[in-house]
Design a protein around this ligand. Structure first.
Ligand code: PGA
Length: 255
């Protein structure tokens, strides 16, 4: 079995209904058949319509950017994993640094969201990554290890095999500063090694680990050619169909 390579677009809080529809149509028109997976993670309002547009396209899936851990109830403004499943979402971004920073999401809360996501047959794209001060102090591995231990490592191995990890150094998100291919590879290898120690080398080898943070059509090829970088979680560049597709087409041919 080969591990899956994925390019996921995190639209964040962008695109009205019409703009999102046009972007998705444009992506669909340019997306060729491929064994790699493209995932669109738009704001919630787009999911239902995009599920109709993407129906039957084998290498294009949908994801959400967040969900609540409860099944249902009096949680004004929230959305549940079951609701996301009902509009054909297959992935949910969890633990994004913006949610950690602005909404104070961390540790136990993220673990509960991961559980609810998996329970409903959705796959978490679990984000981890250090801030600039931690990188400068050389503490990046410690930070990432703690985030994975708190959010994911309570899972059984069979559950964990549905998880996608996104390494996103906070200092690289939306800043135009990308981690060097060597920095990305070093951290991805470290993460894979942690998975191997916690679960097994089999599971570690099959886990998709994405890089995120100012990934664009210019740097994607070099990043994706690193042996432990299995694709990207793309913010800004995912809002332009040609850029997103160009990143999607950046995997080495043989890999
Ligand atoms: P960026 O965002 O590509 O705009 O840096 C990545 C992300 O936040 O997922």
């Amino acid at each position: 079995m080969k591990r899956q390579r994925i390019v996921a677009g995190n639209w964040k809080m962008n695109k009205t209904f019409d703009e999102g529809r046009d972007l998705a149509i444009s992506i669909i028109q340019q997306l060729g058949p491929s064994e790699n997976l493209a995932v669109l993670c738009p704001p919630f309002i787009h999911l239902n319509y995009l599920s109709v547009l993407t129906n039957g396209i084998a290498n294009l899936k949908l994801g959400a950017q967040n969900c609540h851990f409860e099944e249902s109830g009096a949680f004004t403004g929230e959305i549940s994993a079951a609701m996301l499943k009902s509009v054909e979402a297959e992935f949910v971004i969890l633990g994004h640094s913006e949610r950690r920073e602005y909404f104070k999401e961390a540790g136990e809360l993220l673990a509960k969201k991961v559980d609810s996501t998996l329970k409903h047959g959705l796959r978490p794209i679990f984000c981890c990554g250090e801030k600039l001060d931690a990188r400068e102090a050389g503490n990046q591995e410690e930070i990432v290890k703690q985030q994975l231990e708190e959010g994911l490592f309570h899972l059984e191995e069979s559950q964990f095999s549905n998880v996608v990890i996104a390494y996103e150094p906070v200092w690289a998100i939306g800043t135009g500063k990308t981690a060097s291919p060597e920095q990305a590879q070093e951290m991805h290898r470290y993460i894979r090694n942690l998975i191997s120690l916690k679960y097994s080398s089999h599971t570690a080898n099959l886990t998709t680990i994405l890089y995120g943070g100012s990934c664009n059509p210019k740097n994607a090829k070099e990043l994706f050619s690193q042996p432990d970088v299995d694709g990207g979680l793309i913010g800004g560049a995912s809002l332009h169909a040609t850029d997103f597709i160009s990143i999607f087409n950046s995997f080495p041919v043989s890999g």
